[in-house]
Ligand binder design. Sequence first.
Ligand code: HEM
Ligand SMILES: *[C@@H]1O[C@H](CO)[C@@H](O)[C@H](O)[C@H]1NC(C)=O
Ligand SMILES: *[C@@H]1O[C@H](CO)[C@@H](O)[C@H](O)[C@H]1NC(C)=O
Length: 314
Amino acid sequence: MSNGRLLHCLLVVSLLSGVAHAQLSKNFYEASCPSLETTVRAEMKHAVGKESRIGASLLRLFFHDCFVQGCDGSILLDDGGEKSADPNVNSLRGFDAIDTIKASVEAKCPGVVSCADILALTARDGTFLLGGPYWDVLLGRRDSMTANRSLANTDLPLASASLATLITKFDKQGLSPKDMTVLSGAHTIGMAQCPSFRDRIYNDSNIDASFANQLQKTCPRCGKGSSLASIDTKTPMAFDAAYFQDLIDRRGLFHSDQELFNGGSQDALVRHYSNNPAIFRYDFAKAMIKMGNIKPLTGTAGQIRKNCRIVNHA
Ligand code: HEM
Ligand SMILES: *[C@@H]1O[C@H](CO)[C@@H](O)[C@H](O)[C@H]1NC(C)=O
Ligand SMILES: *[C@@H]1O[C@H](CO)[C@@H](O)[C@H](O)[C@H]1NC(C)=O
């Protein structure tokens, strides 16, 4: 994308987002921590340079934070059981990276920047560094004092989810079916473990046969099967629209992915994004801002954690 074009997209995205939510703001830390965004970006460049997948893992971590009692950093707490909820346990990654970045931000601006906001910035930077769109992250979230395992089990979608279930779970968060489909485009990057796609490759009929056979070689029907597969089969660590072409080719890795292109309400949108990568990028950025606005703690609610894993002592 040319600089002019990038700038154009930035302006439009920030205009739309400014109206969407009054509580959070782009310049929240302008006076209190002016180096915040450059600090996070430098740390993220380093982390993604070492292991590109970390960009994907942090994008997912932000999604799992926002869907459980809002974007409040609850997913980062060691206590409260959110980390061990079914959709999270043995699969969420990036907690150490958050610790490192938080420490770096604390060194510059002690006690000022929330873990929830740091997570929001890393999700944007991870996306951008892997070739995805850029957007202005709205800031000013505060950190929760609690996490909630049962809510995580209720509100986060599983790979086995039907289209109807996906739409319901996103609707509960104020996100439309279109938001759901475009945000699922995050599966253009990152990896998954055998148990996440086992039922799909052995039991689903709406799957390309050679794709299923190839995955069955490393993901056994029974047993542990810790083998990893790229979610996007064509360009695994590049943030592009290839994920949507995979769906059209019946090569969605999760049952839930293929539900977006299985003769239902989202088929047309999947084709649209596959044919128009620039529109996908633009809509993804807009939907990320919308997801980032889910029930933030603001004002005097919550606290600014010193350590993202634990609530501050009184
Ligand atoms: C629509 C419902 C969704 C379902 C059912 C779902 C499910 C999953 C599952 C099962 C995995 C693999 C976990 C593992 O095997 O360890 C995964 C990975 C991932 N998900 Fe989703 N997801 C959904 C939506 C999203 C959204 C909205 C985002 C972000 C905006 C996202 C971002 C990611 C990323 C980036 C990965 C790869 C993470 C890594 O490599 O560490 N997903 N997802
Ligand atoms: C956790 O969420 C459930 C709803 O699933 C709610 O009934 C419960 O009060 C919440 N617990 C805490 C500690 O917030
Ligand atoms: C596939 O479906 C069968 C029958 O419903 C079930 O017993 C099995 O656990 C499913 N998964 C796999 C990986 O075979």
